[in-house]
Ligand binder design. Sequence first.
Ligand code: NAD
Ligand code: IPM
Ligand code: MN
Length: 354
Amino acid sequence: MTKKIAVLPGDGIGPEIVAQAVKVLKAMPELNLEMEEAAIGGAGYDTAGDPLPEATLKLARAADAVLLGAVGGPQYDKLDRPLRPERGLLRIRKELNLFANLRPALLYPELADASSLKPEVVSGLDIMIVRELTGDVYFGQPRGIEVRNGERVGFNTMIYSESEVRRVARVAFDIAMKRGKKLCSVEKANVLECSELWKEVVLEVSKEYPEVELSHMYVDNAAMQLVKWPKQFDVIVTGNIFGDILSDQASMLSGSIGMLPSASLDENNKGMYEPIHGSAPDIAGKNIANPLATILSAAMMLRYTFGDEANAARIEAAVRQVLADGMRTADIHTAGTKKVSCSEMGDAVVAALN
Ligand code: NAD
Ligand code: IPM
Ligand code: MN
């Protein structure tokens, strides 16, 4: 049976990196994928006046999975907030109910030198960050900028319901059961009521998972521990904003933000797959971006939405192979390795598939 993939390249380096992932998927015809492109983000605004055009949402809903590049760019930063690229991304996550965002920070041994941390600190690193994706201060009401007492104030609302915490906690515990059975819940319960409830609910859920060793950590300490000794973590579960920040930080443990893929899943494992990085306007259009996070996101799509572990592993093995062969895009380039462009990296992964 053919599987339908909505392909949403987006802005900046988005089209360049997505083209490489599409090339890899097309090199595996046995997957039986039917891919259709649509505009999102600034591209959606430019073509349809909306960062999430109706046709794009319709395509994404009808698809079995979504592959996304990145959205955003300085030319859109002055638009009214509802028209900005980032809002299109947040809306599609919310519309598709993609509440569980899996961000695996894994160090490919060949990249130990590319990390800004010492090789012994990062070697063997394999962390899964489970970030809640449809709640928190990102979506809480009220929000706005208004004048109070003669001056402007900006405000947002950090809010989680227990059902929102419970469902993402279960995803994280389930993942922990399949891995090292260690879960760290990250919050700021010493200061925030929202976090206090988060911690209570995670504790309640933990009773369903007696085999998993649960710990709790404040987010400021977690940020420090992540660079001090990251290998103490197996699975981390945290809210939307803390997860956003900690996953960018964790990406450097794997050598570059250009290496970190993600899966955003609903209750039924329908998913959207995207690198965790943004549209990188500073390097867009130069064919130098690292496409591996996007290619690895395609592998996650095969694993999580289609249950095709063998082909997911095949793509990951091909990535490992090109790194072992010494190919590096500029962001992970070190002495003695071969600098390649974005499209050359995509070609190399295709070649390594066989
Ligand atoms: P960014 O992730 O786009 O870039 C941060 C730095 O990392 C830049 O120096 C960039 O060149 C580099 N980088 C990122 N991806 C890379 C890759 N694949 N290969 C090599 N280098 C890479 O973050 P930013 O600069 O803060 O944001 C730029 C725009 O992207 C903003 O409009 C922001 O809102 C948007 N953004 C979108 C997403 C998304 O679509 N999921 C995520 C983050 C930021
Ligand atoms: C990410 C991005 C997005 C987020 C922005 C662009 C809305 O930073 O996917 O990590 O904050 O979730
Ligand atoms: Mn982010």
